[in-house]
Design a protein around this ligand. Structure first.
Ligand code: DAH
Length: 335
């Protein structure tokens, strides 16, 4: 049995401990409370003749201390090595900034438009997205069954108990009606918001989009003032070298009416450039004033409806309207 102590010492001295796992395996193998090799020998002391017991016990205690020291030393060494390696960060990786999120590009363009307009004296007003047929069409001089209603293919709310069901507004122009019902002129207001149309979806049309409407009603308002405001807005948004084109057009609620195009050069396209329509505008039609009891002898006014998506596409060189609604962070992260 004394030989067993020597054998165990030889075995223990030959062990290598190079990791936490190996340190734990060493502890269990020699010092484990259950079946540890040294622990087992302590259990056998009682089997020895009494005169041999003290000497054996002494040598066994020495072996146990040696095993414990070995273990402590190995653990301390492993800890030192780990600290010398430093924290678990690879300092050679290229830097990456945190993704912080941002406002949506359409929100940014809407806010920019409203900020510029605020500087020109326009306050902001918001109307409902579910509109009455009267506000969306009739009061804007689209009589029932008038063919001009076909210009805006509409989502009607089904099973409404009335003859003229409510609609998802097809434009922000009903905001003109609502503000004129609420307050007398002078009125100088911008109406931002979402609008809906039952359109074929393509790179330049979607079933929902955003507009900002302008309405200015006062004594002596003229088309020259309208053009001045639109030039100011376009320069502030697109830069001083922006080129605009006013094109005669037709809207039931304005007379005369015009559409405005911006000259756009797409660097990726093969052609030199093209006109992009961004808004409709005109002088408020007398029938619209009649619908809300504004005196057409005393007041004139202009109105504008602009497409926010178109403006944002021009500003940022985006060539497909659908990217705005996909919520792909690789797109959104660029703004
Ligand atoms: N509401 C029209 C549309 O969505 C745009 C428009 C044209 C608005 C002329 C106006 C306007 O205020 O004067 O197609």
């Amino acid at each position: 049995m004394p030989d067993e102590i020597d054998d165990l010492r030889d075995q223990l001295e030959a062990e290598t401990i190079e990791s936490e796992e190996e340190a734990e395996a060493f502890r269990i193998k020699y010092l484990g409370r259950n079946r540890g090799a040294i622990t087992n020998l302590f259990d056998q002391i009682g089997d020895l003749p009494p005169e041999e017991r003290p000497e054996f016990g002494k040598r066994l205690n020495a072996l146990k201390s040696q095993a414990e020291e070995r273990l402590e030393e190995a653990k301390a060494r492993l800890k030192r090595e780990e600290q010398a390696e430093g924290p678990d960060i690879d300092l050679t990786l290229p830097g990456r900034r945190d993704f912080q999120g941002s406002t949506h590009p359409l929100t940014q363009t809407t806010e920019d438009i409203l900020r510029i307009l605020r500087g020109l004296g326009f306050s902001t007003y918001e109307g409902p997205e579910i509109e009455t047929d009267w506000h969306n069409f009739t009061a804007l001089n689209f009589p029932p069954d008038h063919p001009a209603r076909d210009m805006q293919d509409t989502f009607f709310l089904k099973d409404a108990p009335t003859e003229a069901p409510p609609v998802l507004r097809t434009h922000t122009s009903p905001g003109q009606i609502r503000i004129m019902q609420e307050q007398p002129p002078p009125i100088r207001v911008a109406v931002p918001g979402r609008v809906y149309r039952n359109e074929a979806i393509s790179y330049k049309s979607f079933c929902l989009f955003h507009q900002v409407e302008l309405l200015y009603v006062d004594e002596g308002v003229t088309m020259a003032q309208l053009k001045q405001v639109l030039y100011g807005l376009a320069r502030a948004l697109f830069g001083d070298d922006v080129t605009l084109r006013f094109r005669p057009s037709y809207f039931p609620f304005t007379e005369p009416s015009a559409e405005v195009d911006v000259w756009w050069e797409d660097e990726e396209a093969e052609d030199d450039g093209q006109w992009m329509e961004i808004l409709g505008c005109g002088m408020v039609h007398p029938n619209v004033f009649d619908a809300v009891d504004v005196d057409t002898e005393q007041y004139t006014g202009y109105a504008v409806g602009m497409g926010v998506e178109r403006m944002a596409m021009l500003r940022h060189g985006i060539n497909d309207i659908r990217t705005f609604y996909e919520n792909d962070v690789r797109f959104l992260d660029q703004f």
